[in-house]
Design a binder for this molecule. Structure first.
Ligand code: NAP
Length: 254
């Protein structure tokens, strides 16, 4: 088991379709103690019920829109666990209209919101987490192909993911001195609540199934396994990278 004796924080659990849930199940199967951070909402009870499936899991509220909430999260984790060994940041948000209209119509507020929640939050998490991270800790975020290629309807989220991927590289450089690694997994498209906000998402799934070398779409369990690998010491030489878990779709020309 590659995560035995490791404490892993999974941020961004919403329901059983969330990529964060696939990652949590994989981390638990690989021997980790799993901690969760979830966005406080009326769905709280359902989330707390779901995570009971993971033995000894503990959950904390965190709204990454404020530094205060992120700081509180890590203070509480420090109190309860002392230190941890890894974090998955599986969080993104954009205003619905910015995923429906042409990109050129993105408002200043919409641009700033998408980048704040989906990209800057990873930088803030890394900063406040630093004091609870063990040596050789690993930070992982989730990104998408729309960071480098134009996909109709992905719009401002593509810009946020490009900033997130650049942040991965700068954070990897900053934290490397402390033996902390930082990477992102670029997952293939998966039908989750967030993905439902993207116009014609079903068409993207069909194209991937037809054109990806493996001729199918990825699952949250498969992406979760790649996350577990990056969180583990098996990936001790990998930092600052964007690792594709997309059944090979990104290598295709047309
Ligand atoms: P998801 O289940 O909807 O997860 C997104 C999570 O972000 C939700 O738990 C959401 O909570 C949380 N979140 C949004 N605003 C937040 C805030 N201010 N503070 C804390 N949490 C907040 O969808 P998902 O597809 O698994 O997305 C997880 C990550 O994978 C995202 O970064 C996404 O861009 C990335 N990704 C997804 C795909 C895909 O096709 N699904 C592909 C590649 C990468 P609430 O819903 O309660 O706000």
């Amino acid at each position: 088991m590659i995560l035995e004796n490791k404490k892993i924080l999974i941020m961004g659990i919403r329901n059983k379709w969330s990529i964060a849930w696939g990652a949590a199940k994989s981390a638990a199967q690989q021997g980790a103690t799993v901690l969760f951070a979830y966005h406080p909402s009326e769905k709280k009870e359902k989330i707390l019920e779901l995570i009971q499936e993971i033995p000894n899991a503990k959950a904390y509220e965190c709204d990454v829109a404020t530094d205060e909430s992120i700081q509180n999260l890590f203070q509480n984790i420090k109190k309860d666990y002392g230190t941890i060994d890894g974090i998955l940041h599986s969080i993104a948000h954009a205003n619905t209209e910015d995923l429906r209209n042409d990109f050129i119509l993105t408002s200043r507020e919409g641009f700033s919101h998408a980048n704040d929640i989906s990209s800057y939050s990873f930088v803030a998490v890394a900063r406040y987490a630093k004091e609870v991270l063990n040596p050789n800790a690993s930070l992982v975020s989730l990104t998408y192909y729309g960071s480098t290629k134009v996909l109709e309807g992905y719009n401002v989220m593509g810009i946020a993911k490009a900033a997130l991927e650049a942040s991965v590289r700068y954070l990897a450089d900053n934290l490397g001195k402390e033996s902390i690694r930082v990477n992102a997994v670029s997952a293939g498209p998966i039908k989750t609540l967030s993905a439902k906000g993207i116009k014609d998402f079903g068409k993207i799934l069909d194209v991937v199934e037809e054109k990806a070398p493996l001729k199918r779409n990825v699952t949250i369990e498969e992406v979760g396994n790649v996350v577990s690998f990056l969180l583990s010491d098996m990936a001790s030489s990998i930092t600052g990278q964007i690792i594709y878990a997309d059944n090979g779709y990104n290598i295709m020309g047309i």
